[in-house]
Design a protein around this ligand. Structure first.
Ligand SMILES: Nc1ncnc2c1ncn2[C@@H]1O[C@H](COP(=O)(O)OP(=O)(O)O)[C@@H](O)[C@H]1O
Ligand SMILES: [Mg+2]
Length: 250
């Protein structure tokens, strides 16, 4: 089912953004395209759009219950979500609870090292520059966020972590790290935007000790481990079992 929508405003790597009648909202369509390493690696993964859309909707509603504001308005179909339109802050905000990925390539910190309190990392959201790691001084220099916005962003990201980590632990998943995007509405409100899914979170199965089998996120695609959609399906199954059905707004 496809909801009524206006013009295509933007097509990204994983989603399409469409206008709707209400100028303060947009429709997000989750695609089956998978990309990694700044889109150097690409594939079509059947059902990915639906899985990420449904997982995201349930997580945004969970966060809403915890008082964490997001762009989420409601589902508008299996692969469609109605959201508040925001101006995206060009930062990829990453929180790391366990060391892995680029942190372990760029530092001597060993894979799997617990990090507490979580490490707050900022990357410049710019495909042409391959999303480089920023310092807070560089964020200020670039003018992407001022001091008070930066501290509001960090606070919001830590609240998301404080809500999601125990939730995932309760369904046997370790929230290793995750990426957030934030945006500002026309009335100046700072909101969580984009998506929260196995494309943007690293999730390890607490019931598995095998370093490869336990991976239930996009690393299966990055590392050619196979069973990518089975892993996303397992995440949705567990999330579904401990959240209520997301609201439909169409
Ligand atoms: N509520 C929103 N309003 C406007 N743009 C948004 C909103 N949520 C996400 N976006 C943007 O939509 C675009 C499409 O998503 P995606 O396909 O993931 O893009 P990208 O290729 O940049 O990762 C991204 O640039 C994302 O920042
Ligand atoms: Mg994206």
């Amino acid at each position: 089912m496809m909801p009524d929508h206006g013009e295509l405003l933007y097509e990204g790597k994983a989603k399409r953004i469409y206008a709707v009648t209400n100028p303060d909202q947009v429709l997000v369509e989750f695609k089956n395209d998978a990309t990694a390493f700044n889109a150097q690696k690409k594939a079509q993964l059947a059902d990915k759009g639906r899985l990420n859309c449904q997982i995201s909707a349930r997580l945004f509603e969970l966060l809403e219950t915890a008082g964490i504001p997001s762009h989420y308005v409601g589902l508008a179909g299996e692969t469609w979500m109605l959201v508040k339109r925001v101006e995206i802050i060009p930062l990829e905000v990453v929180l790391r609870n366990i060391a892995t990925g680029s942190l372990c390539r760029q530092t001597p910190i060993a894979e799997g090292t617990p990090i507490s309190p979580a490490l707050f990392d900022l990357y410049f959201k710019d495909d042409a520059l391959a999303d480089p790691l920023l310092t807070e001084a560089r964020v200020r220099l670039l003018g992407v966020a001022d001091e008070s916005q930066l501290s509001a962003i960090e606070q919001l990201a830590r609240r998301v972590n404080a809500a999601l980590s125990p939730f995932f632990e309760g369904i046997g998943l370790q929230l290793v790290d995750f990426k957030l995007e934030l945006g500002i509405t026309s009335s100046g409100e700072l909101l969580l935007a984009d998506e929260i899914s196995p494309d943007t979170c690293r999730l390890w199965d607490l019931n598995s000790t095998d370093a490869k089998d336990r991976i239930l996120d996009k690393d299966r695609f990055r590392k050619d481990l196979g069973g990518v959609m089975e892993a996303y399906g397992e995440v949705l199954k567990r999330v579904q079992a401990s959240t209520s059905n997301p609201r439909n707004c169409m």
